[in-house]
Design a protein around this ligand. Structure first.
Ligand code: SF4
Length: 364
């Protein structure tokens, strides 16, 4: 039985985060070695299967239709297009494909059926399949599981308190409910957040409380550094320093010992030395490919060179959990319920989001 602790408090986490750096690194690296092979890093490819035009107001996101950014939207990709990209990702060393769609929540119907077919197709390529499609019901989670989904990503983004300063169109509890729906299946949970959105260290600790007190803890946790995109409400936020990133990764590793901690957005702003420190501090997963949905990411060859330099090996698929079996659409046990769940819309006003929206209207 796992002896992972699930009752972390903000005070416990702040104490860890604020330790002298060498002590923090030593502790995190020790926890890392007990729970993982320190020379193995998971490589995932993030694929934007439906980009832009999103109805939500997430302050960091260039895909929100209400802000004026350079993101060019596109309709849902086709299954053959996704298969071709997955094969390319596999050839360049990725063991997981994560498909992202800029949706508030999944709606039953043709598009979701297409996504289910994408899941079946990639699972048959013997790659781990992850989806990030917004909020989902239990039935939708079951249907994804049956198609062969390995992981579902739904980030908490921030602490519950600071979340209200970033997003007004969907509630924190809905996020937790979505994670709960995924937990009712065999699909693993991927959930993390973003630092550099103007939050303070207490807020970061609050986010780690929310993640680490989930029982079980998420199997993977992406730690993103904000990429401040012009036109979004957070366009003027200063980049996160590498020291903050290292502290955040190390603290996450200590409070979530078995989780795969992923360096996600913001890796282009980090030197190789900085990334090496993050791996030492317990990060053991990266996103590969030159784009992360819509923001830049290091080139695949650069990552291969970094792996060689550091003596790291890419993690093989299904190392942590066996491959799910794919059930074909015709043999499915679960029907589309055509549900219309009432996900909440808190709708409080966030001044910087309102300003960016007004600015967007003027430019458009
Ligand atoms: S983060 Fe997701 S839900 Fe929020 S605006 Fe972007 S695409 Fe929409």
């Amino acid at each position: 039985m796992s002896d992972t602790k699930h009752n972390w408090t903000k005070e416990d986490i702040l104490e860890i985060y604020n330790k002298p750096l060498m002590e923090l690194l030593y502790e995190a690296a020790t926890v890392h070695r007990v729970n993982h092979d320190p020379n193995v890093v998971q490589v995932s490819t993030l694929l934007s299967i439906k980009t832009g035009g999103c109805s939500e107001d997430c302050g960091y996101c260039p895909q929100a239709a209400r802000y004026h950014t350079n993101v060019k939207g596109n309709d849902l990709m086709s299954v053959p297009q996704v298969k071709a990209q997955a094969l390319r990702a596999k050839a360049s060393g990725s063991s997981r494909v994560c498909m992202g769609a800029a949706w508030r929540n999944v709606k039953d119907g043709e598009e979701f059926d297409t996504v289910l077919e994408m899941v079946r197709t990639i699972n048959k390529l013997d790659m781990e399949v992850c989806c990030t499609l917004g909020m989902i019901t239990e039935n939708q989670a079951q249907r994804l599981a049956e198609a062969g989904l390995y992981a579902y990503n739904h980030n908490l983004d921030a602490s519950e308190e600071y979340y209200k300063e970033v997003i007004s169109t969907r509630g924190y509890q809905d996020r937790l409910d979505t994670i709960d729906n995924v937990r009712k299946t065999n699909v693993t949970v991927c959930s993390g957040g973003i630092i550099g959105m103007g939050e303070n260290i207490e807020d970061r600790a609050g986010m780690l409380v929310a993640l680490s007190t989930l029982n079980p803890q998420p199997e993977s946790t992406p730690i993103n550094a904000l990429v401040a995109v012009e036109g979004t409400p957070l366009e003027d936020e200063k980049p996160v320093s590498i020291w903050e990133m290292i502290r955040m990764v190390a603290t996450t590793r200590i409070v979530m010992p078995e989780t795969q901690v992923r360096l996600s957005a913001g890796r282009t702003q980090m030197s190789r030395e900085g990334q090496a420190m993050c791996f030492f501090a317990g990060a053991n997963s990266i996103f590969a490919g030159d784009k992360l949905l819509t923001t830049p990411n290091p080139d695949v060859n650069e990552d291969l060179k970094m792996f060689e330099l550091l003596g790291l090996n890419p993690q093989k698929p299904f190392t942590k959990k066996v491959q799910p079996q794919t059930v074909e659409a015709n043999d499915s046990e679960f029907e589309s319920l055509g549900e219309k769940p009432k996900w909440t819309r808190p709708k409080h006003k966030i001044e910087r989001n309102e300003l960016a929206k007004e600015k967007g209207k003027l430019v458009k």
